[in-house]
Write a protein that binds this ligand. Structure first.
Ligand code: GTP
Ligand code: ZN
Length: 342
């Protein structure tokens, strides 16, 4: 169609439309027909989804979503897909929308990536299950502290899962987290069967939980006990990726039998915490945050911070008998942001 110049005079010329002056929506489908789905796994540009009616679909990301971290679509994301959403073999749908996230779990980049960059690994999870063995390998308190900070920063509730309680008493390690009131579940393996599973299931059912843990702590054992066909589910992703499960660092969401999701994170060894500010962590502790309003401007709330209101509050007994331990634990978490993960 020719542009209407409003005149028949052939000498009047229409200048080309300057770039971007057109209303883009006019030329872009509204995607009102997009099907809602959740991202279960991501592998080399292929997104493994499950639609709200339960159909597994493979999709690519529409270019309009943009690239880089800003346009990233991650496990747990709620998305809108168009195109072939039949789920048939060799079909490919297209992700055109990503819903606002309720939580964002980040980690430090891999060694091969640019140092210091943060990546979102999981969206919309509400719980972080920090799996640690009581022994073999020994628990790593600093790593656990860093996981706690990552959870609080992400807006997720942390839960400690102490495995291998058949090897040693989990009590002393759990004592370290008592003042923070971190919920804990304890498991063991006796005669080849995982004990303590019911408490873990109670914690996870109906929620979306990310499981993190160092190699050898028994995370796979736990996942396999919780999700009987987990091996098959992760195997399917493997069949697509051709990569071994243990060398892959991508997260995979597994449906729990009684509802909810367990998101396994093979290869996630550390969380980058450089982006976590004092206020971010403080926000997770209502009582401390309220008291800290009285702190001098710019207070770091560390032990050596002059006139930190948190000290006064504890000394005055405002936090009760456990107040001192709670403040000390909070400060330990604050400090863990800047120590090397180990
Ligand atoms: N004694 C004891 N051994 C356990 C328990 N849970 C797991 N194990 C053993 O610990 C070893 C490591 O378990 P995995 O489940 O493979 O550990 P993982 O955390 O998945 O480690 P990677 O597979 O390396 O990521 C295996 O030999 C398990 O049989 C437990 O509760 N008690
Ligand atoms: Zn302070």
């Amino acid at each position: 169609m020719r542009d209407d110049t409003g005149t028949d005079d052939a000498r009047v010329r229409v200048r080309p439309n300057p770039r971007g002056s057109r209303p883009r929506t006019k030329h872009r489908p509204e995607h009102a027909d997009a099907v809602r789905a959740m991202v279960l796994g991501v592998d080399r540009g292929r997104y493994h989804l499950i639609t709200d009616d339960g159909t597994p679909v493979v999709a690519i990301k529409a270019r309009e979503l943009g690239g880089g971290e800003r346009g990233a679509v991650v496990v747990g994301d709620r998305v809108g897909v168009v195109g072939d959403v039949s789920g048939q073999e060799d079909t490919m749908a297209r992700i055109v929308k990503v819903a606002a996230r309720t939580s964002v779990l980040r980690r430090s980049s891999e060694d091969s990536d640019a140092a210091g960059t943060e990546k979102v690994i999981v969206a919309n999870a509400d719980q972080l299950l920090i799996v640690t063995s009581v022994a073999d390998p020994e628990p790593r308190p600093r790593m656990v502290d860093r996981c706690l900070v990552a959870a609080y920063d992400a807006g997720m509730e942390p839960v400690l899962c102490l495995t291998k309680a058949d090897l040693d008493d989990p009590g002393p390690f759990l004592e370290r987290y008592a003042a923070l009131e971190v919920p804990a579940v304890v498991t063991s393996v006796v005669d080849g069967r995982v004990q303590g599973l019911d408490a873990v299931r109670d914690r996870l059912t109906g929620r979306t939980s990310v499981l993190v843990g160092h190699s050898g702590v028994g995370k796979s054992t736990l996942v396999n006990a919780l999700v009987p066909d987990a091996g098959r589910a992760t195997g399917e992703v493997n069949a697509v990726t051709g990569r071994g499960r243990h060398t892959s660092s991508s997260a995979v969401a597994l449906a729990l039998p009684d509802g909810g999701w367990a998101i396994d994170t093979p290869g996630v060894r550390s969380f980058g915490l450089q982006h976590v500010g004092v206020a971010d962590l403080l926000a997770a502790f209502d009582d401390l945050a309220a008291v800290a309003e009285e702190c001098p401007r710019g207070c770091t709330h560390t032990e050596d911070a002059p006139d930190c209101a948190l000290d006064e509050w504890v000394t005055a007994g405002g936090a009760g008998a456990a107040g001192e331990a709670r403040l000390a634990s909070f400060r330990r978490l604050l400090a863990s942001r800047s120590t090397e993960p180990s």
